[in-house]
Design a protein. Structure first.
Length: 106
């Protein structure tokens, strides 16, 4: 009985730990594990989530219902974006067209 209960508790703990891991599908990239990222949900109607990995200068963002990625994006740009009054306007002015991973970033 004790071994069964212990086994059940261990299985539940492992299952819940695995549930914390999150992988998203990023357009033009494929699956990306968000574990090494710091993610912030936003209150924007267009930019829903910004996930950043500063040691790689790599960003994944949820725009509408699609994740996109950006390379060589400086942490100060990400900070400005997170603090912007309009996340969508900031994206259109400062991010869109720049930092595209397919073009090698900035």
């Amino acid at each position: 009985m004790k071994k069964t209960l212990l086994g059940l508790m261990l299985s539940l703990a492992m299952a819940s730990a695995g549930a914390l891991a999150e992988t998203v599908f990023v357009k033009y990239q494929g699956p990306v594990d968000l574990e090494p990222f710091t993610c912030k949900d936003t209150e924007s109607s267009f930019v829903h989530r910004i996930c950043y990995q500063p040691d790689q200068s790599y960003l994944v963002v949820l725009l509408d219902n699609t994740y996109y990625h950006y390379c060589r994006i400086p942490s100060q740009v990400v900070s400005q974006w997170l603090n912007a009054d309009s996340k969508g306007r900031f994206y259109n002015k400062m991010i869109k067209g720049d930092f595209d991973c397919r073009l090698g970033g900035r």
